[in-house]
Design a protein around this ligand. Structure first.
Ligand SMILES: Cc1ncc(COP(=O)(O)O)c(C=O)c1O
Length: 483
């Protein structure tokens, strides 16, 4: 364990806060901007809220428009390349996450993944991707021209979801394919299952391969040692965080990190970000990321992360005592992030359970699958909310449930048959056919329903009859044109 990590652990234990929790450079810059309004002849054209649609104004008020700016103006700093207050905020985030460089992204981890692909891979590079990746990872490969080889995670058949990656499976591929440039793992899975990143990183180092980890759902891990350890501390080179998903930033606020020990040149990643990132980053989103980082370091933030963990433990312990209810837990070698709670009620599909919770209890969950539902214990959740949910689940589980017949499936657990690279298939001559006629043809589109955006079919893959079970919401599929 590095000295830095030991210091961090001690800080957690004695409750000492991270450095910089009081410093919010982007917020300070925006306060100055708000206090000293100029007569503006620039973008955005609403001129600090002077002309806004009445309905929108009714919905969100006028205050927000006084700081709705993009970078560049009035000494707010710039994002790409970084300067001023935005640079200071990124440096503070880099310090907290203990990285070589941290980039703020105002357009979600989707753009983080595209920049990662464009910055770290080249056309025809062989790369290994965990099959349960988000669709943006594949889009990245289509754009960069890298050639994906699939690493299929373990399948938890009881839950009909993907589980962890077995490091041995990775090593087997690396032994066979000598020219792999990058390994790209999603960790945790959407449902909170955690892979052994330390061992995966060791293998990547042995074969001199870059390790990228899509840690979109793990941005809180850095802030509490009772949560799994971030890939940034376990030897990954590049890590993506959706700070907006669990870290308290506003929607679309994400981070792309280069780890401290990585040899990746930050200039390369910055150049790739400049290719795909908006040139008008929202100062409000940047401020929300700056603030989320400071909040998570503060006493209040630390307490909120602790309470998300305590609430999750409390709920898990109670809910699993209810008859007919099962919770995905740490057993049989499975490791999880306990704040992500995947549960099922015997006989009910996840979709039906979701509907009952919504219609009868006004409870909105994170998502629902074939088998179960995903509930998040958030930094903003309260114990009283969990008690309400617990009560609802108790009542639902007592009803006389008849085993449901499931005609369509949601979570694809099929082994893909790759016949062409995603890029070649995507740019080939295509045609659209009714889905019933699609088996035995080559798919040319990404088919992945969100959430969680895991692909059912990708460009270049053979469509089989089994796929049709997962395509209830689609009438037609884009396929390779037959000459
Ligand atoms: C694992 C993973 N990576 C990346 C993304 C894309 O993130 P964003 O919605 O921030 O663009 C998602 C979105 O759900 C995801 O689940």
């Amino acid at each position: 364990m590095s000295l830095m990590n030991i210091i961090r652990k001690v800080r957690y234990k004695i409750g000492k806060l991270f450095k910089g929790s009081e410093t919010v450079p982007v917020i300070e810059a925006l306060k100055r901007y708000k206090k000293n309004p100029c007569t503006g002849f620039h973008i955005p054209g609403h001129n600090r809220g002077n002309m806004i649609g009445a309905d929108f104004k009714d919905l969100i008020g006028t205050e927000v428009f006084t700081v709705d700016a993009t970078d560049e103006f009035d000494n707010l700093g710039t994002l790409l390349p970084q300067s001023g207050a935005i640079q200071k905020a990124q440096e503070l985030a880099s310090d907290v996450f203990n990285t070589k460089r941290t980039f703020f992204i105002t357009t979600g981890s989707t753009i983080g993944n595209l920049a990662l692909a464009l910055g770290a891979t080249r056309p025809n590079d062989e790369i290994i991707i965990g099959r349960n990746c988000h669709r943006s990872v594949i889009t990245g490969a289509i754009m960069s021209g890298a050639n994906p080889n699939w690493l299929i995670p373990k399948k938890l058949e009881d839950w009909e979801i993907f589980g962890n990656i077995d490091p041995k499976d990775l090593e087997n591929i690396l032994k066979e394919k000598k020219d792999v440039k990058l390994v790209w793992i999603t960790n945790p899975t959407y449902e909170g299952i955690v892979s052994d990143i330390k061992e995966i990183a060791r293998i990547c180092k042995k074969y001199k391969v870059i390790l990228a980890v899509d840690e979109a759902h793990g941005s809180l891990w850095n802030f509490n040692d009772r949560l799994p350890t971030s890939a940034l501390e376990q030897g990954a080179d590049l890590v993506v965080h959706s700070l907006h998903k669990t870290g308290g930033a506003m929607v679309q606020g994400s981070l792309l990190h280069i780890s401290k020990d990585s040899e990746i040149d930050p200039k390369k990643i910055e150049a790739a970000l400049q290719l795909v990132h908006t040139t008008s980053p929202s100062m409000i989103l940047l401020a929300s990321m700056d603030s989320a980082r400071a909040m998570l370091c503060s006493k209040k933030g630390q307490e909120a992360v602790n309470s998300a963990i305590e609430n999750a433990k409390y709920f898990r312990n109670k809910v699993k005592t209810i008859e007919n209810v099962s919770v995905l837990d740490e057993k049989n070698g499975i490791k999880i992030d306990i704040t992500k709670i995947f549960l099922k009620i015997k006989g009910l599909s996840g979709k039906t359970l979701e509907k009952i919770l919504k219609d009868e209890y006004k409870i909105e969950i994170e998502s629902a699958y074939d088998e179960g539902i995903l509930i998040l214990s958030n930094i903003g959740s309260t114990k009283a909310e969990f008690d309400y949910l617990l009560n609802a689940i108790k009542q639902i589980s007592k009803k006389n449930i008849k085993e449901e017949e499931r005609t369509s499936k949601l979570m694809p657990l099929l082994d893909p048959k790759i016949l062409m690279s995603p890029r070649d298939a995507y740019f080939a001559q295509k045609e659209r056919v009714p889905k019933e006629n699609a088996p035995d043809r080559i798919c040319t589109e990404i088919i992945a329903f969100c959430p969680p955006g895991i692909s059912i079919l990708l460009p270049g893959e053979l469509i089989t009859k089994e796929h049709l079970n997962y395509l209830a919401d689609k009438d037609s599929i884009e396929v390779l044109k037959v000459r």
